[in-house]
Design a protein around this ligand. Structure first.
Ligand code: GDP
Length: 196
């Protein structure tokens, strides 16, 4: 099951949680702009354009929702920390995302993407602190692990985990480009989407 693509289709974009369709079981992906979120969602679904299609300009600052064929929904939250986003949009971001994360019924897991080659940025650390403070279930996914030389990988993993105040084993280490651990992440996602 896990090596089959995640069968998701784009449903809608929304600015507020109230505009989203009800969800029984939902997982959300969140992370800094450019962390590799679209690439990862496309890799999970084994499609080239899925996340990007929904991320056409104008939609990028919206909550994008996908239906999973086996039940449940997948949400792509707008990336944070993008300097080119106008100030008023940047100011709206916390309200929109925090509103979603605090209010969404059926939210089973938030996958927080951290760039594996860079490590957690201050914004990533703030996001993790906030999720912990609010008891919101979350899993850190380190992206772009192919960019870290194999000789440096062990140290880098330790540093990244320390920066996130986690153990190395708590984190899912992936590469969307090389297909590393995509099956593992897909199994986790599907597990949370199964209503039961
Ligand atoms: P988003 O802004 O978080 O949706 O990020 P994108 O998926 O658009 O990726 C941002 C950049 O990182 C693009 O240039 C991607 O090609 C690159 N990227 C994404 N995933 C990987 C990966 O696993 N490995 C490498 N080397 N680059 C990646």
């Amino acid at each position: 099951m896990s090596d089959r693509p995640l069968q998701i289709t784009f449903v809608a974009s929304a600015k507020h949680t109230g505009q989203l369709p009800d969800a029984d079981a939902e997982v959300a992906f969140v992370g800094r702009s450019n962390v590799g979120k679209s690439s990862l969602i496309n890799a999970l679904a084994n499609q080239k354009q899925l996340a990007r299609v929904s991320n056409t300009p104008g939609r990028t600052q919206l909550i994008n929702i996908f239906a999973h064929r086996g039940g449940g929904t997948v949400v792509d939250l707008p990336g944070y920390g993008y300097a080119k986003v106008p100030g008023h949009v940047r100011r709206e971001w916390p309200e929109m995302i925090e509103g979603y994360l605090l209010e969404r019924e059926g939210l089973a897991m938030v996958f927080v993407l951290v760039d594996g080659a860079i490590g957690p940025t201050p914004l990533d650390e703030q996001m993790l602190d906030w999720l912990r403070d609010n008891d919101i279930p979350h899993t850190v996914v380190a992206t772009k692990m192919d960019k870290v030389k194999s000789s440096k990988r062990r140290t880098r993993k330790r540093e990244l985990a320390d920066g996130c105040m986690l153990e190395v084993g708590d984190i899912v280490w992936v590469s969307a480009s090389k297909g590393v651990n995509i099956d593992q992440l897909r199994s986790l996602v599907v597990g949370h989407l199964t209503v039961g």
